[in-house]
Ligand binder design. Structure first.
Ligand SMILES: *Cc1c(COP(=O)(O)O)cnc(C)c1O
Length: 238
C-alpha cells in the first residue's frame, strides 16, 4: 500500500498532467484533502508532506480536529474547509472553526455564519453549493436562487463570496460528468458577469472518481479523499 505522502505526490502529478493536457496553467487547480472519518495522525502525515487545505464534513469531528491542531501544532499553516451539510443549530461551530465553507445553500445559513463568526477572525471564504443534477435528494440551491443568495452573501461583512461548489450525480461516463461540471462553470461565469466587483475565482468540483472531467471543465479546487487516505470506515457514524 502507498503511504499518504506517495498518494499526495501521485494525485499532484495527475492534476499537473490533466492541467497540461487541457491547456490550463500550472497550479491553477488546488488540492483539497478530504479527511472526514480519518484520524489526526493521517492529517499530520499529509501536512508533513506539504498539504495545507483539509476538508471535513461533520461539524463536531471537524471542530475537534481544528482544536487538536491549534493546541498541538499551532505553527502548521493549515486551512480548514467545511464541505458537509449545515444544520442551522450547528452553524456556530462551523463559523468558529473553519476558514472556508463550501456548502452555503440558503439565506438563513449565510446570515447565521456571518453573525456567529467570532470577532478578530478574518471573513469566512464562502462557496454557494449548487445542485447541478437537479436531484431533489441532494442539498444545494436551484440556479434561480443563486443570484439572490450571492447578493446577500456579498452584503455580509464576515463572509467573502469566492465561487460555487457542486456534488454532481455519481456517474462513471466521462461525457455526462463533463456536462454537469460545465453547467457549474457557466453558472459561475454568469454570476461573475452580474457581480463584476466580486472576486469569484473558485470552482470547487471534482472528487476521486471524476477529477479529470472537473479539471477539463474549469475546476480550481478538487476535493479528494479516498485517493489520498484510502477507503473510509463509517461504522462509527450514525
Ligand atoms: C467525501 C467527499 C469528498 C471526497 O470524496 P472521495 O470520493 O473520497 O474523493 C469530496 N467532496 C465531498 C463534498 C465529500 O463529502
Amino acid at each position: 500500500m502507498n503511504s499518504i505522502q506517495q498518494n499526495i505526490e501521485q494525485i499532484t502529478s495527475q492534476i499537473e498532467a490533466i492541467q497540461k493536457k487541457c491547456g490550463r496553467p500550472r497550479d491553477s487547480v488546488q488540492l483539497l484533502a478530504v479527511s472526514k472519518t480519518k484520524p489526526v495522525e493521517a492529517i499530520l502525515e499529509a501536512a508533513n508532506a506539504g498539504q495545507v487545505a483539509f476538508g471535513e464534513n461533520y461539524v463536531q469531528e471537524g471542530a475537534d480536529k481544528v482544536a487538536y491542531f491549534n493546541d498541538h501544532y499551532p505553527n502548521l499553516p493549515l486551512e480548514w474547509h467545511f464541505i458537509g451539510p449545515i444544520q442551522s443549530n450547528k452553524s456556530r461551530h462551523v463559523a468558529g472553526n473553519f476558514d472556508w465553507v463550501h456548502t452555503v445553500d440558503r439565506d438563513k445559513i449565510a446570515q447565521r455564519l456571518n453573525d456567529q463568526r467570532p470577532e478578530g477572525l478574518p471573513p469566512i471564504q464562502v462557496l454557494i453549493q449548487v445542485n447541478t443534477s437537479g436531484e431533489s435528494s441532494k442539498s444545494g440551491t436551484s440556479d434561480s436562487d443563486i443570484f439572490e443568495l450571492a447578493a446577500l452573501i456579498s452584503s455580509l461583512p464576515n463572509l467573502t463570496l469566492r465561487g460555487l461548489m457542486s456534488i454532481p450525480a455519481n456517474v462513471s461516463d466521462y461525457q455526462s460528468q463533463l456536462v454537469a461540471f460545465k453547467q457549474l462553470a457557466e453558472l459561475k461565469d454568469k454570476l461573475a458577469a452580474r457581480y463584476p466587483e466580486l472576486n469569484l475565482d473558485t470552482l470547487s468540483m471534482g472528487m476521486s472518481g471524476d477529477m479529470q472531467a472537473a479539471i477539463e471543465a474549469g475546476s480550481t479546487m478538487v476535493r479528494i479523499g479516498t485517493a489520498i487516505f484510502g477507503a473510509r470506515d463509517y461504522s462509527n457514524k450514525n
